[in-house]
Design a protein around this ligand. Sequence first.
Ligand code: FES
Ligand code: FES
Length: 185
Amino acid sequence: MPSADPATSSVITLQINGEKHTLPVDHRTTLLDALRERLDLTGTKKGCDHGQCGACTVLVGGRRTVACLQLAVAAEGREITTIEGVSEGDALHPVQQAFVDLDGYQCGYCTPGQICSALAVIEEHAAGWPSAVTEDVSPEAAPPPLSPEEIRERMSGNLCRCGAYVSIVRAVAQAAAATQKETVA
Ligand code: FES
Ligand code: FES
């Protein structure tokens, strides 16, 4: 087998769900393809492959990232969380439990991305980050409650072909209440 050309490929180490994975990759390999095709982490789904559907959402450094638009080489050294790393063993994360309790999925194809996005949405909101529908964004304003409107806006990058949105909004609200003990309007 010919050795890899260093002009077009590199050996990288990715830190995924607390484990290190070292692998050679072509520099054009997306994080999504590295996860699914090279590391068998197929929980992350490929929908559009163009950054438009959110199915491939993972957390990179705690921030929501569409893995189809992220090069694997650019993710080296960052902490990556995929759906496989969300539960604690057999114990579902409150966001996962809420999706189960409230039927936040139908076919389930978009669900890993929805759940990764919801994890970050709840953290972003708890940190006081405004969204496009937050009315008062002045520094002295109290954080808005995580209302259905806020959840819809903050989750709007994740599409669901089945239209499970009503249940997804309820599931995110339940999970936020469970994790933040805050009032959900
Ligand atoms: S597959 Fe990445 S946004 Fe659709
Ligand atoms: S549950 Fe089927 S695409 Fe969302």
